[in-house]
Design a protein around this ligand. Structure first.
Ligand SMILES: Cc1cc2nc3c(=O)[nH]c(=O)nc-3n(C[C@H](O)[C@H](O)[C@H](O)COP(=O)(O)OP(=O)(O)OC[C@H]3O[C@@H](n4cnc5c(N)ncnc54)[C@H](O)[C@@H]3O)c2cc1C
Ligand code: SF4
Ligand code: SF4
Length: 1008
């Protein structure tokens, strides 16, 4: 093999000149869909999961595939380039371009038909893999390949990239599972393509036209280079680089569908796809094998792969160490057998016995040999799921490890023949060492020879970028010398395209270029990717020319060295915030389907706002209206802080942004009405009856809502006749208090609007042996000022609170907070607001929830409830406080619990703010409202958050109980009629619609 180092790509032709305003006008006039050329949309779509960034001309979100075809037609008339996009999770830059980006994911996501007998289905390209498999569940069939991004990647994207994932071990790559494609070329040719048998050739010849011309031209090109294609295409399971023109070789099926899979939107647009399906395995079993190190694990692969497992994955000790350091998956880590490199082997079966038998047969085979691994066998699906999550979160685990340089994609998915994997890893590690990249972890789809790694490249200095480029040449040389492929599953995009000549040689590259010219002679389809590439070191998201602001900030950002810029850079683009199931993140994306309203979209806009690149569409810094609009629908639910593998904390970034955006300016009315609620509540406490009368008088109520920026359909909350704190100060502590003292925090919501909950808590606590005290004066945690970005006031409020609480904090008294959002401020935000304050730290440590306090009380047992219940855990419980203790307590009380996921959609002031109603209700519609509709009248409804209870009351007309109320009522045997417990005297307040008060259950469809 000769010297294979690649040469720099030849300069690309100048970008076509496009009259962008005219293009936008024509797209808006002719395309049934959303046409967005605004700075916010362009900023949000400027990058994907890769190191690259290119600002699109604009974005089109077509409602139908025909509308998408029309969008391509308009682009053609304007000579504008087109880039398709699904979930935007690509790691090689193939989803960002100076082009019109067509986002298929929002509307073009239908499952068109299913043919169970033929084991096939037809889909539109925007359907997400997990969603497809969920809809197919009743048939017992599924789509086989399963990338780690299965919850957010689309079939269009999988076809674009020829995606694989761990199950490709058994089912093959996407190309192996595609039967036919309906495609559209830039010149408007639309046709179904697939295997071209003799009859099909006859039909094409008879009909003539562009379809026949395309087929014939491809046949001639490939036939002309057949020998070199056979020689240059490595015969390995994971060759994903280049175009699949080996599918068009003479003597083969001439399968144009499979040839187009992996073409990354550079040849055609895929309008529909007919997919082959496989039976869902009825049972699975997992075997973990621990070896001395990752190379020894790789050496063992061929013997294991011969047993045809479903998945055969490798994980090294670095990845495991990083997960440990980041406290990820502790339960799964505890299950790992001894070793320094592991293989995860799963076997499918028609029965559990069969799957287990296959695993045991392998164990028998490995036992007693020279390299016998440590073995752990699992057939508990919960443990297996945790272990697979450990593997699937490889990127998140290795992306930003405390105390380590940041790591990046770039050599993310090379592949070699599985039988040569051990040798390749040995050499790759040597190369890492030579370049000072030793921190890079190694993991991936070892059964097919595919290796994942993120490398600590320096992508911000000229020297670092030169080293990056030089490393890629060397790594390319290495993988080619092993008979491998630059990409084993993520595709070439811009990251690999320039290196392809080293793998395929000049003749095959020439064939690729001719193929490109057949479909797209003017280079308008995702230009600069795969062929005629942009140089690898151009269009970098960072790069030596990146000069971002690192502004002074109000929060501490202790995890990001105090830097807002570093905080914003946490987002690596995995796109988990675009998943529709599990956890809480991200309710506004789930409600709108909009990139801009996902955590990632917002992080991208904040990145653009920092002004690191001259061509950023987002201008104005903190004053940017585009960023403000994207953050407007962020519910500050903190779902991302918990669910995002990089712990992006958008609620904090939003508060930071609002603080600067409105500094010295008039704020929205809602910031004064709801942001200052604690003050208004204090004033209202002087004459609550009169305030309620006025606030609910028809004309006055409307006027107040208008004035306060409050959603007109929302009933205003009613103030209690007597605040809890006032009545309790009169009453004073009772009982023996043998368990010690607890400070009950009278948060604004409980104190003024639901004092019955605090009263119930007192009863439960005194019964448990506590002496309950309350603060001597009215205090506040500052939540409403934090969430509206009035951080100066929040800091003053919090400082005052700490001053008053000092004696309790310094004596170690637990602070019981009934409202989860206030508890989350004490436990979490307070440390960011007052990073160096020791009392803030004490408060964080001493804050407890009711469930936590009771669970830690020796000898305390919950009263028997024995009922069905639907619970909405508050999103701050999910993100900060945890709900497991509540769950255990409820189980011990005999509650048959269904805890719904997601966010209720009210989230503090969010759902009350004018203009948010649709999104607020669409969030509730995700899980909460369907669960309530399905619940019988005797089912208890539980919610500790004031917001959640309000949403439940407004949208479902049901009352929800706080845990304190449940426990107190159970003590008195009052749960037969939970809706009429003490304090629940009035009828539920429901939303008013244009037709009046809504009293019937209705389905709230999402906005957008
Ligand atoms: C953390 C992480 C883990 C990953 N793990 C895996 C893995 O295990 N296995 C794996 O294979 N990949 C993996 N990937 C890569 C990526 O997730 C997959 O390639 C995924 O299938 C891409 O889907 P998408 O919807 O995000 O596509 P996008 O990124 O949106 O698009 C991918 C390509 O398809 C093209 N495209 C999209 N729709 C169309 C259309 N309608 N017509 C024509 N072209 C179209 C795009 O132009 C682009 O070139 C991973 C990525 C990340 C960030
Ligand atoms: S916000 Fe988190 S989950 Fe979303 S893309 Fe960024 S890193 Fe991934
Ligand atoms: S705080 Fe909630 S709504 Fe806002 S970005 Fe994070 S998950 Fe989405």
């Amino acid at each position: 093999m000769g010297h294979v180092v690649s040469r720099p790509a030849p300069p690309r032709r100048a970008e076509p000149y496009v009259r962008v305003r005219d293009l936008e006008r024509d797209l808006a006039a002719r395309v049934d869909g959303e046409v967005r050329f605004d700075p916010g949309s362009r900023g949000a779509y400027s990058t994907d999961g890769s190191n690259y960034r290119q600002v699109p001309l604009g974005v089109v979100v077509p409602r139908t595939v025909d509308a998408a075809a029309e969008a391509v037609a308009v682009c053609r008339e304007h000579r504008a380039p087109v880039t398709s996009r699904g979930g935007g999770t690509s790691l090689a830059g193939q989803t960002c371009n100076t082009a019109v980006v067509i986002d298929w994911s929002k509307y073009c996501n239908r499952l068109v038909s299913v043919d169970e007998e033929a084991g096939a289905c037809v889909v539109e390209p925007g359907i997400v893999l997990d969603e497809l498999n969920r809809r197919l569940a009743s048939t017992g069939l599924m789509f086989g390949p399963r990338p780690s991004t299965h919850a957010q990647c689309t079939l269009g994207g999988m076809i674009g990239n020829n995606s694989c994932g761990s199950t490709a071990q058994l089912y093959g790559k996407t190309a192996d599972n595609v039967r036919r494609l309906e495609i559209l070329t830039y010149d408007g040719t639309r046709m179904w393509v697939g295997p071209t048998g003799e009859e099909e050739w006859r039909r094409l010849d008879a009909e003539g036209g562009r379809p026949a011309e395309i087929h014939r031209a491809l046949r001639d090109i490939v036939a002309g280079h057949a020998e070199e294609i056979r020689r240059r295409f490595p015969d390995i399971p994971r060759r994903v680089s280049g175009y699949n023109i080996d599918q068009l070789l003479p003597g083969g099926p001439f399968d144009l569908a499979r040839a187009l899979v992996g073409s990354e939107g550079t040849l055609v647009v895929v309008l529909r796809a007919e997919l082959g399906l496989v039976p869902v395995p009825k049972a699975e079993t997992l075997l973990m094998l621990g070896y001395h190190d990752i190379v020894a694990a790789a050496d063992a692969v061929p013997r294991i792969a011969a047993r045809r497992p479903l998945q055969l994955e490798g994980v090294d000790d670095k990845l495991v160490g990083y997960e440990r350091r980041k406290h990820m998956h502790p339960e799964a880590l505890a299950q790992l057998p001894e070793g320094g490199g592991w293989l995860m082997v799963s076997f499918p079966g028609d029965t559990q016995e069969e799957a287990d038998r296959r695993a045991h047969a392998l164990m028998d085979d490995l036992r007693g040999g020279e390299h016998e691994p440590h073995m752990a066998f699992f057939d508990d699906s919960k443990v297996e799921k945790e272990l697979w999550e450990l593997r699937e979160s490889g990127l998140g685990a290795t992306a930003r490890v405390p105390g380590m340089r940041e790591t990046w994609e770039g050599w993310e998915d090379s592949a070699v023949p599985p039988e040569r994997l051990g040798g390749y890893l040995r050499d790759l590690r040597r190369l890492f060492h030579e370049y000072g990249y030793d921190d890079a972890a190694l993991y991936g789809h070892f059964g097919q020879g595919c290796v994942h790694t993120r490398i600590p490249f320096d992508l911000v200095t000229a020297e670092g970028v030169a080293a990056f480029r030089s490393f890629l040449d060397r790594a390319c040389e290495l993988v080619v010398s092993y008979g491998g492929s630059l990409s084993g599953e993520h595709g070439d995009g811009q990251a690999r395209a320039e290196l392809l000549p080293a793998m395929f040689g000049p003749e095959v590259m020439d064939a690729f270029r001719q193929v490109k010219a057949v479909f797209d002679p003017d280079d308008r389809m995702n230009p600069g990717k795969i062929v005629s590439p942009y140089p690898i070191t151009s269009n970098l998201r960072l790069g030596p020319g990146w000069t971002p602001d690192d502004p002074e900030v109000r929060f501490g950002y202790p995890q990001d060295e105090g830097s807002f810029q570093r905080a914003v850079m946490r987002c690596v683009g995995v796109g988990q915030c675009r998943s529709h199931t599990g956890g809480v993140m991200c309710p506004s994306y789930r409600a709108t389907g909009e990139e801009e309203h996902s955590t990632r979209g917002r992080a991208r806009l904040l990145f653009e706002m920092l002004n690191g690149h001259d061509d950023s569409p987002v201008t104005g810094g903190w004053r940017s209206p585009a960023v403000r609009d994207a953050l407007d629908l962020c519910l500050a639910c903190k779902g991302c802080k918990h669910d995002c593998p990089m712990s992006v904390d958008m609620a904090t970034y939003k508060a930071e942004f609002l603080a600067h955006h409105y500094a010295g300016r008039v704020r929205p009315a809602a910031h004064y009405s709801m942001g200052w609620l604690p003050v208004w509540a204090r004033l209202a406490a002087l004459a609550p009856g009169a305030v309620n009368l006025l606030a609910h008088a028809p004309v006055v109520s409307d006027a107040l809502k208008r004035l306060g920026g409050v959603e007109p359909a929302r009933p205003l909350p009613r103030f209690a006749p007597v605040r809890f704190s006032d009545s309790y100060r009169r009453r004073g502590p009772r009982g023996g208090g043998e368990r010690g003292e607890v400070l009950l925090w009278p948060d604004t919501f409980t104190d003024n609007l639901a004092p019955r909950i605090a009263a119930a808590a007192v009863e439960v606590l005194e019964d448990a042996g506590y002496r309950v005290v309350v603060p001597p004066s009215t205090l506040c945690c500052g939540l409403t000022w934090i969430s509206t970005g009035q951080l100066g006031v929040a800091r003053r409020v919090l400082r005052r609170t700490l001053r008053v609480l000092t004696p309790h904090l310094r004596s170690g008294t637990p602070v019981l907070v009934l409202e989860p959002s206030c508890a989350a401020v004490f436990r979490d935000d307070s440390r960011d607001v007052l990073p160096h304050d020791r009392d803030a730290k004490r408060l964080a440590e001493q804050t407890t929830t009711l469930a936590e306090l009771l669970a830690a009380t020796p000898g305390w047992d919950p009263p028997l409830v024995a009922a069905d219940a639907v619970a909405q855990p508050h999103c701050h419980q999910h993100a900060v406080l945890g709900y497991d203790t509540d769950r255990d307590l409820l189980a011990a009380a005999g509650v048959r619990l269904r805890a719904v996921g997601g966010c209720c959609g009210l989230a503090g002031d969010f759902g009350f703010t004018a203009g948010h109603l649709d999104v607020s209700l669409a969030c509730a519609e995700h899980e909460l409202l369907p669960a309530l509709r399905a619940a019988g009248p005797d089912t208890l409804v539980l919610a500790d958050g004031f917001s959640c209870r309000t949403q439940i009351e407004h949208a479902a007309g049901r009352r929800a109980l706080h845990l304190a109320e449940l426990l107190a009522a159970a003590r008195h045997g009052l749960l037969d009629d939970p809706e009429h417990l003490p304090g629940h005297t009035r009828e539920p307040q429901r939303l008013t619609t244009s037709a009046g008060t809504s009293s019937r259950p209705q389905t709230w469809t999402h906005a957008g």
